[in-house]
Every structure is written in C-alpha cells, then in structure tokens.
Ligand binder design. Structure first.
Ligand SMILES: [Fe+2]
Length: 137
C-alpha cells in the first residue's frame, strides 16, 4: 500500500479541476500518512472530515461547470450519482468513526484511493474532451 502518485493520466486538461483533483489526492494521501504514523482517531477523523468538506466543494464546482456548458444528461446523471455515493459513504464513515464503531484504517484509505483514481481516470475523463471542445481551460 502506498500513496497516490499524481500522473498525466489523471489530468482532465482543465487547470482549475486538475488543481482540485490534486488537492483531493493530497488529502487522501494525508489520511494515509496519518494512518501509517498512527496519529490517533482524533487526527484521522479531522483529516477525513476535511477531505469530505473539500470533496463537497469540488463536486459542486465540477457539476456546476458541466451544467453551465450543457454536458449531456445521459453522462451527467451517472457522474452526479458517483459523487453522491462517495459523499454518503464518507458521511457514514465519519458518523461511525464518531460513534467508535468503525476504525479509519488502511481499508478505508484503500477504498478512497481506488475511488479517486478510478473516478478521475474513468468518469472525469468522460467530460474532458467535451469541455475541451467548449474551449474550457
Ligand atoms: Fe467527478
């Protein structure tokens, strides 16, 4: 298990969105480091809550750009659904962590790592060409 390394295949070709994706990756990596360094439940909860807040901001931003440029609903609805599912999964994890019924461990990190990379390389890349054709940079 290792940190997520940003690479060109993660790029959607739009600076603002790439920067936000890099910030999400950085927060996910921060969670990984906090787990590896055994920084304790309080710090782990703090990092995951920060990640949740940033993900909310980023998903809204991304969805707004897609709406503004008329991204076809067929692709948009499943994209939005992926965002919603992640948001709800992370909220559940935060609640269970708060209650002490779940540990934020490498399984959680591994789930987030997989979601981030697959979402960026798969789902997000589906709008890259579309936004490029609308001259969004
Ligand atoms: Fe997305």
């Amino acid at each position: 298990m290792a940190q997520i390394e940003w690479c060109d295949s993660h790029s959607v070709g739009i600076t603002a969105l790439d920067d936000q994706h890099k910030a999400l990756v950085a927060l996910t990596n921060q969670l990984f480091l906090a787990i590896m360094r055994d920084e304790g439940p309080k710090e782990l909860g703090r990092v995951l809550a920060e990640l949740a807040r940033y993900a909310d901001y980023h998903f809204d931003f991304e969805e707004q750009i897609l709406t503004e440029h008329g991204f076809p609903e067929s692709g948009f609805s499943h994209h939005r659904e992926e965002h919603r599912k992640l948001t709800s999964r992370v909220q559940t994890l935060l609640r269970q962590h708060e209650e002490g019924s779940v540990a934020l461990d490498l399984d959680v990190y591994s789930f987030l790592r997989e979601w981030m990379t697959e979402h960026m390389i798969g789902t997000d890349s589906e709008y890259a060409a579309f936004l490029a054709s609308k001259a969004v940079r």
